[in-house]
Design a protein around this ligand. Sequence first.
Ligand code: UN1
Length: 482
Amino acid sequence: MVETFKNYIAGEWVSASDGAVIENLNPATGEVIGYFASATREDTLRAIAAAREALPAWAALPGPARGAILDKAAQIIHTRADELAETLTREEGKTLAESKAEVLRARDIFRYYAGEGFRAGGEVIPANTPETLLFTKSEPLGVVAVITPWNFPIAIPAWKIAPALVYGNTVVFKPASLAPHTALKLVEILVEAGVPAGVINLVVGSGSRVGDTLAESKDINGLSFTGSYAVGTKIYEKTARNFVRTQLEMGGKNPTIVLNDADLDLAVDIVVRGGFGLTGQACTATSRVIVEQGIADAFAQRLAEAARTLRVGDGLQSGVQMGPAVSAEQLQTDLDYVAIGKQEGARLIAGGEPLRSERGFFIQPTVFDDVQPTMRIAQEEIFGPVIGIIRAKDFDDAVEKANQIGYGLSAAIVTHDLQKALRFADRIEAGVVKINEPTSGVALQAPFGGFKASSANTFKEQGQAARAFYTRTKTVYVRYGF
Ligand code: UN1
């Protein structure tokens, strides 16, 4: 019997008002994992109203008390880590090791923000008049809509919801329809940890029913979104009308530059982890490798070899290094781009085929050589394990090619040359810069966010940077001497 799961609105688990459900599939096997209540516009409006009603009491709770609830949530995530990782792999496809790392990252995010309950405060500023206290108060922003993608089903919800809650906001959470099970378990954990009714609300559902209702609402104060550029820009047009504070983290087409002096093993390892890790399904994934010509032939050969030997399969099986595409549609997109790359004249040197012997949505790790920076496969986000090698004359040419792109999320360089590494950090147009590390993988305590079309360029996420988004500042003048 396949189970049916409900949404969580105003402290109750509820079916959709019209009874509709969404089917959730295991991308490695095609089997149905469960049916999830597909929230309607009315359900979403009820969730917003519940969050509004719960706001004053939650905001009035002392920060350390809110932090204690987050700390409890971290403990529960820790206890249930193996089960959560398995749930995550089963619905999203990444390997069990990748899922486990993500679950532990989520635990640490809750730990980190639990401590914020003790820290977040205001500032005392010198006043112009005598016997005057001039200070700022940090207040919750209010009701926050959190819209998350399928590729990090627990870490991204965690890094939006944990700061939202600790700074005193209430949340309406719309996870991706392709990975609602992990999201639902996270909400269960928050409820068990003591988050009161209405403070967290879960509305699984489509963009047209749930997403649009949230983005068009005059009753939310903030919206934090991670997802595609196409959806992000539509959301921004809607939230702008109501001056709703908006944070958008969108696509990437992230370069890794490999210079002539690079250690080949290290360079291949960094590119494989950045490009094929998580099946390439990260907005921080490496999709362009810009290689200085002296090392290009050797690097291309080694990368192609590494791609061919990677073990692809069901992420639940041990020894598997790369899981499936998340869905049949994503697999088709990946294959379409392989065909586009061939048509554009790029040279396929590894992969490019679906794995027909498997039942799930598998594709081989794929490498193109002789990619030109203007080709579509070098400009458009594929969101799959497809890497394009672009050859560069020298360091300056490599940086120029790296910047020849609308996106600006993450960028890496592999070199021992300190001067070039730091000049790269100066000149690259990206919000995250990695020297001798993969473009993907970020520290939860450091600001995260892109430049250019990768972001709304408003607020960073994670670390202390999250506070700016989830709070508003009130300035108070107190004249006590007359
Ligand atoms: C990471 O690389 O660890 O959706 C984080 C994404 C990004 C997060 C990447 N927002 O892929």
